[in-house]
Design a protein around this ligand. Structure first.
Ligand SMILES: Nc1ncnc2c1ncn2[C@@H]1O[C@H](COP(=O)(O)OP(=O)(O)OP(=O)(O)O)[C@@H](O)[C@H]1O
Ligand SMILES: [Mg+2]
Length: 484
């Protein structure tokens, strides 16, 4: 059962009764309840309609990690039970898979673990899969030289190679002075995030997608910020493509908080090229919505998603909005189609936390709802650092990352000098004095056997061969020397 609190007769309860075809957008001012409700809706689709849940971006506060606890709001739920009509305990301990990209410099020595419920998975990705298009999420636009160097590297590396070979290959293809080398290759080698094809730590997205019960949370807490978009793009691109190609089951819901971080990129003031590139990629992945991967995105202003996603929504949820311009933009369509009345539009400014208008494409009029809090724990401003204080305090266990580190270090070290050794061997051979080839004999006009007689290469019939001296074989018995 979805838990929705029916507050007054004018407020209706809401349940997800049909599967998604498009995406869900949540708008509202700071602190109006967007992220909490996003969490709540993900739970609703997961619990009631069998959706695989992907928490893809926790924003700057890394809010995704709090899935690991059931809701901590005991008094809230007691009160709700008294007024509501719920047929199960609301707080729920979900099964959570935490995905941690392996970035050697930041990965902590231990990560959260709770038998049966919380699994931390440290992952790498195969070097061979990375294209110059993926790298643009780190570099922004790339020069032709960088593109050439990476393509040559990609052609040269084989399935057994890790990022350890990149230094030698970059030199080999003349890329030492490129931004590709300085801003991508050098740092990614230091971090050892790109491994060989068969590496046991490589992310298995198919297996992850098949684990329908688990909520999969991408944790970027220990990833240098310049690689956030690269990691997200790698995962989102592959998931949406796999869903489109029928390689994973349909019904996937990906949650992105603070969508403005990426979508505001059409704003001229946003100069960071890599954000613009990521935004374009994300909007193109979102176009595959009907193939089985849907998104739920929270944003402060509808201005942020303007244009790129019109018509791609199944549902828009409007929380408290006070800015007249934002209100105007958010309600334009519903006003025109007479789905939202003027008094409802005015009401947007006075909504309480958790109250919202749902504008669903399959409904003729908007609905006012009060969302209950999620069944799992969500980020609150009074919470201390999760890893330093929270997890221990809540009695959570830890899993060491030492063996993973060892495995990756060994693979990296054994692969390190491969191309340098190859280049050195070639150099050595180049330096060697070559045996002079026997001169090809010129046809001798005096050759007595005619033109068609096959001459042996190098044989010169004019040379007078001296009588060979017979080889004298020494008997072992005649030997009176020393073996020293
Ligand atoms: N349905 C609800 N019922 C009661 N309180 C709520 C509800 N939703 C949110 N709140 C309260 O509002 C606070 C802020 O919620 P939330 O973090 O979702 O806001 P937000 O709109 O995402 O904020 P930001 O713009 O800063 O990301 C929560 O910590 C919670 O205390
Ligand atoms: Mg938020």
């Amino acid at each position: 059962m979805v838990l929705r609190y029916v507050k007054k007769s004018t407020i209706q309860s809401w349940y997800p009764t049909i599967d998604l075809e498009g995406h869900i957008f949540i708008y509202g001012k700071l602190g109006s309840g967007k992220s909490v409700t996003g969490r709540n809706i993900v739970e609703a689709y997961h619990d009631n309609r069998g959706y695989k849940a992907w928490d893809l971006y926790g924003g700057e506060r890394h809010e995704g990690i709090y899935w690991v606890f059931p809701s901590q709001d005991k008094t809230y739920w007691e009160r709700m039970r008294a007024v509501g009509n719920f047929d199960e305990e609301a707080p729920k301990q979900y099964k959570i898979n935490l995905l941690y990209p392996y970035f050697a410099s930041l990965l902590p020595k231990k990560l959260p673990f709770k038998a049966g419920y919380v699994t931390s998975k440290v992952f790498t990705i195969p070097l061979k899969e990375v294209t110059i298009e993926d790298i643009k999420c780190v570099l922004g636009t790339t020069s032709d030289t960088s593109g050439y160097v990476w393509n040559e590297i990609a052609n040269k590396v084989n399935k057994k190679d890790t990022c350890a070979v990149l230094e030698d290959l970059t030199k080999k293809f003349g890329g030492t002075n490129t931004l590709l080398n300085k801003n991508f290759i050098i740092p990614i080698m230091r971090e050892k995030f790109l491994m060989n094809d068969g590496c046991s730590t490589n992310l298995d997205l198919k297996a992850e997608a098949d684990d329908r019960e688990a909520i999969t949370v991408l944790c970027l807490d220990f990833v240098p910020e310049k690689f956030h978009l690269f990691v997200m793009d790698y995962i989102i691109k592959r998931l949406t493509t796999m869903a489109k190609d029928g390689k994973i089951r349909k019904k996937n819901l990906g949650f992105i908080r603070e969508g403005a971080t990426f979508f505001r990129a059409d704003d001229e003031t946003v100069t960071d090229e890599k954000i613009k590139i990521f935004r374009a990629k994300l909007s193109s992945y979102m176009r595959y919505s009907r193939s089985g991967f849907n998104f739920i995105v929270d944003c402060q202003s509808p201005n942020e998603t303007k244009g790129i996603l019109s018509g791609a929504d199944d549902m828009t949820i409007l929380f408290k909005i006070t800015s007249p311009a934002d209100k105007e933009m958010a309600t334009e369509l519903y006003r025109k189609e007479k789905r939202m009345r003027p008094d409802q539009i005015s009401d947007l400014s006075f909504l309480e936390k958790g109250e919202a208008y749902i504008c669903s494409t399959n409904l003729r009029s908007v609905q006012k709802v009060k969302f209950v809090l999620p069944r799992s724990c969500y980020w609150k401003k009074e919470y201390p650092n999760f890893y330093k204080y929270h997890w221990d305090k809540m009695g959570g266990d830890w899993k060491s990352t030492a063996t993973i580190k060892e495995e990756i270090d060994t693979l990296f070290d054994t692969n390190k000098d491969k191309y340098e050794a190859e280049a050195n061997a070639k150099k050595k051979n180049r330096g060697k004095i070559k045996e002079p080839e026997a001169p090809i004999a010129k046809p001798n006009p005096d050759f007595p056997f005619g033109e068609n007689f096959e001459q042996v290469k190098g044989a010169n019939p004019t040379v007078i061969v001296e009588n060979e001296k017979p080889i004298k074989y020494q008997s072992i018995l005649d030997f009176n020397g020393s073996y020293d």
